[in-house]
Design a binder for this molecule. Structure first.
Ligand SMILES: [Zn+2]
Ligand SMILES: [Zn+2]
Length: 282
């Protein structure tokens, strides 16, 4: 009788609800890897953590309601549209019996989590203000490099990333396993980012900004994103066990992502491309 409980309390899963970067896509060349912008659900025992609120959070919201999950911790990497655009449409925010804690790091121009939501939900851009949210929302601001103890044996480490306007990377440590969420960030070619390598050291899985290829990178070097080849180098240097690439650019069709998936499989053990609906057990 005790076994199902044990499985439940130790459960550590990562589910990708949105893997696209920059904007949503919606044509026949973008079916397999999904259409939605960044949102990742992490289940740690009975706790639900959510990383970023791109359009993927809309489907996640419907799923949370179906699963009777009434509480989440929502962490934002930063406030660019592809990471926040689902917030006004996240159904649980309009339910009285739902509660959430909303975390974000320091960004250029915005230092309080609440201001991110205020900025998204105001006339003339959106007719509903956040005061219309019926759920309970607690806003929390994260300092650079802060480590958070969420209770239930969940520890969150944070790290500033290299991105225009700033962004925050997260590492979730839970019962001897770990997951890192690293988007949006860039790198300097041929210069390993030792601080990031240490941050993801030995993780069981990290999600990483694989917007570009090394060949494309020079053209986009100032955009604040990275490459799938850099993800492999990081994985090897940090001894991370697995990597899932995300932030797929709108021009990256299913065919193009298939090719990158193949290259990752050949060149990086444990490396794969994230797609909407992919669930990984740690
Ligand atoms: Zn982005
Ligand atoms: Zn960004």
């Amino acid at each position: 009788m005790s076994e199902p409980d044990k499985v439940h309390t130790d459960m550590f899963t990562v589910t990708f609800w949105g893997s696209r970067g920059t904007r949503m896509v919606s044509d026949k060349n973008h079916i397999v890897y999904g259409k939605d912008t960044i949102c990742v659900e992490v289940q740690c025992g009975s706790r639900t953590l959510v990383f970023d609120a791109g359009s993927g959070i809309i489907s996640l919201g419907e799923s949370l309601i179906k699963r009777n999950i009434d509480s989440i911790d929502l962490f934002l990497s930063h406030s660019h549209y592809d990471h926040v655009e689902g917030i006004p449409f996240f159904q649980p925010f309009y339910n009285t019996d739902f509660s959430s804690t909303f975390w974000s790091g320091r960004l250029n121009g915005i230092t309080h989590s609440r201001d991110i939501v205020d900025g998204l939900m105001k006339e003339p851009y959106f007719p509903i203000k956040q005061e219309k949210f019926l759920s309970k929302i607690r806003y929390k601001d994260i300092s650079d490099f802060e480590t958070l103890q969420l209770g239930d044996e969940i520890e969150i480490e944070t790290k500033p990333l290299n991105h225009p306007g700033k962004a925050t990377g997260y590492r979730v440590n839970f019962k001897g396993r770990s997951f890192a969420f690293i988007t949006d960030t860039t790198h300097v070619p041929n210069k390993p980012d030792e601080a990031l390598i240490e941050f993801i050291r030995d993780v069981d899985l990290f999600a990483y900004d694989c917007s570009y290829t090394d060949k494309e990178f020079p053209k986009f070097a100032t955009y604040g994103h990275s490459t799938w080849e850099e993800a492999i180098r990081l994985k090897n240097s940090s001894r991370a066990k697995a990597m899932a690439g995300l932030h797929h650019m709108p021009f990256r069709t299913d065919k193009a992502l298939d090719k990158i998936a193949e290259m990752l499989k050949t060149n990086g053990k444990g490396c794969r491309i994230a797609r909407d609906g992919l669930k990984i057990q740690l």
